[in-house]
Design a binder for this molecule. Sequence first.
Ligand SMILES: *Cc1c(COP(=O)(O)O)cnc(C)c1O
Length: 367
Amino acid sequence: MLMNDLSKHLSPYRGRIAAAQSRVLDRAWFIMGPEVAEFEKQFASYLGVHECRTVGNGTDALELGLRAVGVGPNDTVATVANAGFYTSTAISAIGAQPFYLDVNRQTKVVELTEVQRAIGEGATAIVVTHLYGQAVPDTLEIAQICKENRVWLIEDCAQAHGAQLAGKMVGTIGDVGCFSFYPTKNLGALGDGGAVVTNDENVAAQVSRLRQYGWTAKYQVELPGARNTRMDEMQAAILQEFLPLLDEWNQRRRDIAKQYNTHIVHPGVVLPNVGAADYVAHLYVICSTQRDSLSAHLRATGISTDVHYPIPDTLQPVFAGRFAHVHLPITEQLASETLSLPCYPAMSDADVVKVADAINAWSYSPA
Ligand SMILES: *Cc1c(COP(=O)(O)O)cnc(C)c1O
């Protein structure tokens, strides 16, 4: 069994995909055309936010979102170290200083107290990551203290399209929301794509310039630190077909996560919280102190799993010990204990039961 069977997921939509592709081919307008403009309008409307600007991928969305609010090389940007290094890549590209935050053991996302610590240490921007599809429960309180301290709040929503807190979509609570449409995300294109959303027209206008050479008008380069990072018309056309399906896909993901929580009963396995609107089950992640033994057992029964993520950002080789003095006990523990199980909308109930049964049959020796 695959971690994510995209072929099965996409097969009912092949007709719509082909029609969207033909529409673009017939028009023969491939970059920054009407499909991009329309998708930006639709995605902003879905989220309930004023402005959406698409970019080439989610990592560029983070970089441009940070640059657009004014983050530069003299700034310190606080973020978690358990979310796959994407935000660290964006911070490094800007030349800003990362400041790493630990996470809550059960939710695996950042808490208010850690953000307060970062603000006390001089962070000028905070990136909260709605990891595994779990909206950071403290986001509204975090937004409040960021506002009081004039610190920018960026939401990384690459794993949480459509997750809500107190009736608000994630990505619309902070100053900027960043999305990825990588094919396996909850809303995925058939290639790379990303978006920056905001209620601030000036921030959106900066992203428009930063994503296209720093132009303020055609061939007039005015902004430093700019890039060429755009979503193409094919992806924008396909995403328009998929956006109306997002809520139903998320509901199916959540159902699968709930079924796992009901069926998995094992003393060596800790199950995640499976909430309601605040959780869109991008990944279903369990914990075990014997994680590698469990994944080997599942592999032997033909079930694929993955680890998100095995190396905390602070310990990545690229930093060569630069953050060796930073201790994030929960982040470090989770890196050795988390295991992601197959969880995608096209997965059948029988498959969920099969995975749960295989876990329940795992014999392990408690440490
Ligand atoms: C996928 C992902 C990104 C980066 O998106 P890309 O489109 O792959 O650049 C950023 N943050 C998180 C949490 C992600 O899961």
